[in-house]
Design a protein around this ligand. Structure first.
Ligand SMILES: Cc1ccc2c(c1)c1c3c(c(C)cc1n2CCCN)C(=O)NC3=O
Length: 278
């Protein structure tokens, strides 16, 4: 069982503003007292006993910590420290101050292909490394793709939130129906064994959104969205894709493939002519 620091996190960090919150708890900006450096503190409520329904299983937090310690890469947020009190674990994470790629797109409507390619290359580099360690993220979406400094002409991408990530060990089947409907692969909906290919489907959806501002499968309800995914019901709307290159559409079409085994891997994506022109 992993042992986290039993000291009180507030002895070492001054707790600041809330940056976000979710089913897990809260993310807050924290300032390291010794250095003044700013970090992101992810405050996770832990179940007190097996019967409690509130909070996370400690084992799932241990998994997230182990994964973050395994996938150390320039495009993946780094974990600096872990504190534990009676019913809470606090992850001290790299602060990614440029905010979400989602907001960056919203501010621009959609991106130029050259900008989208620059972001996609970094995302794919991070994914190629992650997948090479047999780790799948399983919750890739624009909200979990952050920018280091949105004012920079070439913002660096940081993948965050490994709360649903998993080690995929050879010979072991992993199924999960968690994730965000718009971005999940057909095999997630069908509760079939999952592989790193599920992340590549999400990359296809994210690329579609980066280039058009539209979400390919989104319906009026989650149920309709899931039906659209299973039915592979999407189209390159003429109005929003009139200026999009055929290479970009080919890239997306090679990711939005129902059969997970036939989907491009992160490595193959980096060699695709849209990303790596001949
Ligand atoms: C400046 C800013 C604003 C919101 C942030 C973050 C940083 C942030 C961060 C992290 C997580 C898990 C969530 C975060 N959120 C919550 C929203 C993430 N989609 C993180 O690990 N580092 C962050 O900077």
């Amino acid at each position: 069982m992993a042992v986290f620091k039993p000291e009180n996190v507030e002895d070492f960090y001054e707790i600041g503003e809330v940056l976000g919150s979710g089913h897990f708890g809260q993310v807050r900006q924290v300032r390291e007292r010794a250095s003044g450096t700013l970090w992101a503190g992810k405050f996770l409520k832990i179940r007190k006993n097996a019967y409690s329904r509130l909070g996370l299983e400690r084992s799932s937090v241990e998994r997230e910590v182990e994964i973050l310690q395994t996938v150390q890469h320039a495009c993946i947020v780094t974990l600096k420290d872990v504190f534990e009190s009676r019913a809470e674990v606090v992850l001290i994470l790299e602060l990614v101050s440029g905010g979400e790629l989602f907001d960056f797109i919203a501010a621009k409507e959609n991106l130029l292909e050259t900008e989208a390619i620059e972001f996609m290359k970094q995302i794919l580099d991070g994914l190629k490394f992650m997948h090479s360690k047999n780790v799948a993220h399983f919750d890739l979406k624009p909200e979990n793709i952050m920018l280091s400094d949105k004012m920079s002409p070439h913002p660096n991408i940081k993948l965050i939130d490994f709360g649903l990530a998993h080690f995929l060990l050879p010979g072991e089947e992993y199924r999960s129906t968690s994730g965000t409907p718009q971005y999940i692969a057909p095999e997630v909906i069908n509760n079939e064994p999952l592989t790193t290919a599920a992340d590549m489907w999400s990359i296809g959806v994210i690329t579609f959104i980066l280039l058009s501002g539209l979400s390919p499968f989104q319906g009026d309800t989650d149920e309709e969205t899931l039906k659209n995914i299973i039915g592979m019901i999407y189209e390159f709307d003429a109005q929003h894709f009139s200026m999009t290159s055929s290479m970009a559409k080919d890239f997306i079409q090679k990711l939005l493939v129902k059969n997970a085994d036939e989907r491009m891997t992160a490595e193959e994506c980096l060699l695709h002519p849209w990303i790596k022109p001949l």
